[in-house]
Design a protein. Structure first.
Length: 267
């Protein structure tokens, strides 16, 4: 097996298909377990809303994978890295980059829908299941429990396993691709792939899985508040305004990401 420089001066092995498959196993187990628990809740006949079933399914997965991570002694934070003066400002910039990127994705999706019409029935089914229900339960399921389990699985178990066997870039791409594919619809696949790259970058730069989870939570919370409340009504634009808004959000993403990277150098 050949090697390559990983950006730190050390030599990292190239990922093989066997490495990728073995690293993907936790994500496959998570997807299977999530659907099994959800199906059992449906069959139980309990009068639960769709978002309540989602919250309970995710909670069960979080318990199982939290126990597994504890048994495997998964590192949630690299204690060898010092937290300097700019550490937390850098985390804020990274979280802001994820939020603005997610917002840009929403504008781009709206533009595509305007041009092509609804082209992803699977995405529409997901939004109907998750939105327009009890706000508190939505926040619990989508902004707390969901990000925690997804970061534990995809940036914790999957990304870190890939990172041990390959370069940070390869690990980020493959973990993000898997993160996208596990959403099982075109829109969320693209959306999750882009955010997966950013979240993997945060873990790589900060050595902190909880930093990625916090950024993920912030992006999901912005989405819920935008959809379910009038707090973010100023984001609602139409026509050519969507192009301008998407461009502004992408520029802000680059700015926040750049500042986060710069501040990490000094932290």
């Amino acid at each position: 097996m050949t090697g390559c420089k990983d950006g730190t001066g050390t030599t990292a092995a190239r990922l093989t298909w066997r490495d990728i498959w073995q690293s993907a196993v936790p994500a496959l187990y998570y997807t299977v377990l999530l659907n099994i628990v959800h199906a059992l809740l449906v069959l139980s006949g309990r009068p639960l809303s769709k978002i309540e079933r989602q919250a309970l399914s995710v909670s069960a997965c979080l318990f199982v994978f939290g126990w597994y991570a504890f048994r495997m002694r998964l590192a949630f934070s690299d204690k060898r890295r010092k937290r300097g003066l700019f550490y937390y400002p850098a985390l804020f910039c990274y979280a802001a980059a994820v939020v603005t990127c997610a917002t840009a994705n929403n504008y781009l999706y709206a533009i595509l829908v305007t041009r092509l019409g609804e082209f992803s029935p699977g995405y529409q089914a997901v939004t109907e299941m998750l939105y327009r229900q009890d706000l508190f339960t939505e926040i619990a399921a989508m902004c707390v429990l969901g990000p925690l389990i997804e970061e534990l699985v995809f940036r914790g178990l999957v990304y870190q396993r890939l990172r041990q066997k390959g370069t940070p870039f390869a690990a980020a791409v493959w973990s993000a691709l898997l993160f996208g594919l596990m959403h099982f619809n075109l829109v969320q696949c693209a959306y999750a792939f882009v955010l997966g790259l950013l979240l993997a970058h945060i873990v790589n730069r900060t050595g902190n899985l909880l930093a990625a989870a916090a950024a993920h939570m912030a992006a999901n919370l912005a989405s819920v508040l935008w959809t379910e409340t009038d707090l973010l009504d100023f984001l609602n634009v139409s026509g050519s305004g969507q192009y301008a808004a998407a461009l502004v959000c992408l520029v802000l993403t680059g700015i926040f990401l750049s500042y986060g990277n710069r501040m990490k150098i000094f932290s």
